[in-house]
Design a protein around this ligand. Structure first.
Ligand code: PAF
Length: 317
């Protein structure tokens, strides 16, 4: 289906674009983005549409200065509104909200911002101080303007998703937060607007991020140390990939229990530089029991292939 989405450039235009839907009580499903849209964003839009079959799907396109630190890629971040509108048309988006900085921050740099708390000090937050305060502040402002019933975010930015969920809970925001699976290229690289910065050699090497995570998933049968060793072995074989962090946490990004009981679920997360480009990725991980430590089946009963002792590993996020 191709529909021409309504383009709202100001908060007033957004408000009039949504007024009819609001007065009719129709569902508003929202996909916040910074533009440079790709198939990963398209998949978020499809989820938004499923949640608002008779409602309105809104996509925002706004490169938020508040979430970029000094020396980061704010100036060179790709701005591709005409192509973004084409993707939104193909995906049947109803309204594209592409405001200017002065519409989102009418009072200039905000004095009141959202404090993201402890969870924002680890992983991404350690390397990018202030980043999550900028993300949560703009998401809160966009929620205030769009007033969505549902908002969809990708799991590639797993820590961001966790913090947005926490913000919605702690600040009593009446919006359901939906996390969507990561879309990947054929070689496993997580789709990202920043992939377009990579040259040919870097693009080839970038596939190692996902290989690293998958090696850890395999090694997790033998525990955390083996999982991390397997992942680091892949990283050592790369060329021009400068690791920022490689960490395993519980699904809420807290430390794993010690020791880790069989069947414990966790998350493995990676960030690495390829030249000037910083990429992130993550996968679910489940800790199992090594075959040699498993209790053998009783002699009078054959092993049941339908009922393996090791837990199923989650697929891709
Ligand atoms: O994930 C993003 O694209 C951004 O961090 C978001 C959520 C749109 C806020 O600027």
């Amino acid at each position: 289906m191709t529909t021409v989405p309504l383009l709202a450039r100001t908060r007033e235009e957004l408000s009039s674009a949504l007024s009819e839907a609001r007065s009719q009580g129709r569902t508003v499903a929202f996909v916040p983005t910074m533009g440079a849209l790709h198939e990963g964003h398209a998949s978020l839009v499809r989820i938004a549409r499923e949640r608002a079959t008779d409602g309105v799907v809104v996509v925002s396109v706004f490169v938020n200065p508040l979430q970029f630190g000094e020396g980061e890629d704010l100036d060179r971040y790709p701005r591709t509104l005409p192509e973004d509108l084409e993707l939104c048309a193909r995906e049947g988006v109803d309204v594209v909200f592409a405001p200017g900085v002065e519409d989102v921050y009418p009072g200039g740099e905000p004095e009141v911002t959202v404090a993201p708390g402890e969870l924002a000090t680890v992983l991404e937050g350690r390397t990018r101080p202030g980043h999550f305060a900028g993300v949560l502040t703009v998401v809160a402002k966009l929620f205030g303007l769009v007033r969505p019933d549902v908002a969809v975010f990708g799991q590639k930015d797993y820590q961001q998703l966790a913090l947005i969920r926490r913000m919605a809970l702690d600040l009593n925001m009446a919006v359901e937060i939906v996390g969507a699976e990561t879309c990947r290229e054929d070689d496993g690289l997580a789709m990202s607007s920043r992939n377009r910065y990579l040259d040919e050699e870097q693009r080839r090497e970038a596939a190692s991020l996902n290989l690293t995570l998958r090696a850890a998933q395999e090694g997790a049968t033998y525990g955390v140390d083996v999982a991390l060793d397997a992942a680091r072995a892949i990283q050592r074989g790369t060329n021009g990939v400068d690791l920022d962090y490689l960490e395993i946490t519980d699904p809420d990004l807290k430390p794993l229990p010690d020791p880790v009981p069989e069947g414990t679920e966790g998350r493995i997360l990676i960030a690495a530089w390829l030249g000037q480009t910083r990429l992130i990725d993550n996968l679910p991980i489940v800790f199992g029991t090594p075959p040699e430590a498993r209790t053998p089946a009783p002699p009078d009963r054959e092993a049941d292939p339908q009922n393996p002792t090791t837990p199923d590993r989650d697929g891709d996020s």
